[in-house]
Design a protein around this ligand. Structure first.
Ligand SMILES: C[S@@+](CC[C@H](N)C(=O)[O-])C[C@H]1O[C@@H](n2cnc3c(N)ncnc32)[C@H](O)[C@@H]1O
Length: 267
């Protein structure tokens, strides 16, 4: 089963929810701006799944996906853009470029999701990236980031979750925080997959990240020139005692073992 599996399909099924992500983006934009957003740039776009969701949502939407890896972009062209109709295809463009350097023209929204910007290890690198993002936004543009943390985030641990692909085939998603160095906050994280026949794909994806904290990210965004940076924290479903999927601007969060939040950064 491992030999037959497609890594990008497994990744998308296990860690992405592009509909919920674009719902959040559209709703937050509507709350903050009195005009519709048209052009969205997806940084670190990988398979461009989210960029495709943006162009599908509305006939006026345009998307630009940016990724350094030509292989993943080609996979996206063959497997995701190929599912768009001719008209939608005219409204999406993929760029094989470095997000820290890219300048495809100013857009309304830039997304950098699934913590991809944690790959910048130095404060100066992260600041330079945010400065390039700000240059790429129109005057009322918005950058959407996500972030993760909590007291389990710097721990060496492995956790797993049962998933299934679009055809109903089951697999296990395994997230491993393999190492953490408290001196520079660098960490190595890995994604592995396991299948019902016990075959595995180890090290499907490896990440060398810095575990940034929310105050650091916020300070660096302000240093880069953003005018307003809000943390959107997830509410709690009191009955289930777990996240309810509703994110609102907050100044106080819970000391959870693991949390994910959105950061909404206005140009
Ligand atoms: C964790 S994946 C994120 C995929 C997708 N955005 C998501 O939300 O799941 C990170 C992607 O960032 C790309 N990447 C890494 N460094 C980059 C850079 N400097 N510029 C552009 N893309 C980069 C990798 O090729 C990879 O496809």
């Amino acid at each position: 089963m491992a030999a037959l599996a497609d890594l990008h399909v497994l990744y998308e099924q296990a860690v992405q929810d592009v509909e919920a992500e674009i719902n959040f983006v559209e709703q937050t934009w509507a709350e903050l701006r009195q005009r519709p957003a048209v052009v969205l740039r997806e940084d670190f776009c990988g398979t461009a799944n989210t960029a495709c969701e943006w162009v599908i949502r509305d006939d006026n939407h345009h998307a630009i996906g940016v990724d350094l890896d030509s292989d993943v972009l080609n996979w996206g062209r063959l497997n995701r853009l190929s599912q768009l109709d001719e008209e939608q295809l005219k409204r999406i463009e993929l760029l094989n470029e470095d997000v820290a350097q890219t300048c495809p023209g100013q857009v309304d929204i830039i997304l950098a999701m699934n913590f991809s910007y944690y790959l910048f290890m130095k404060r100066q690198e992260l600041r330079d990236y945010f400065i390039n993002v700000l240059d790429g936004l129109v005057s009322d543009g918005i950058l959407f980031l996500d972030a993760y943390g909590g007291y389990e985030a710097p721990m060496v641990l492995t956790e797993s979750r049962e998933c299934q692909d679009e055809d109903g085939n089951k697999f296990t998603y395994i997230w491993e925080q393999a190492s953490f160095n408290p001196i520079d906050s660098s960490m190595n994280c890995q994604i592995h997959f396991e299948f019902p026949d016990e075959s595995r794909i180890d090290h499907a994806f490896d990440y060398c990240w810095r575990l940034w904290t929310l105050p650091e990210i916020r300070e660096i965004l302000y240093e880069a020139g953003f005018s307003k940076v809000d943390i959107y924290w997830e509410g709690t479903d009191e009955e289930q005692n777990e996240g309810n999927g509703i994110y609102t601007p907050s100044e106080i969060g819970d000391a959870d073992p693991g949390w994910v939040c959105y950061i909404v950064c206005q140009a």
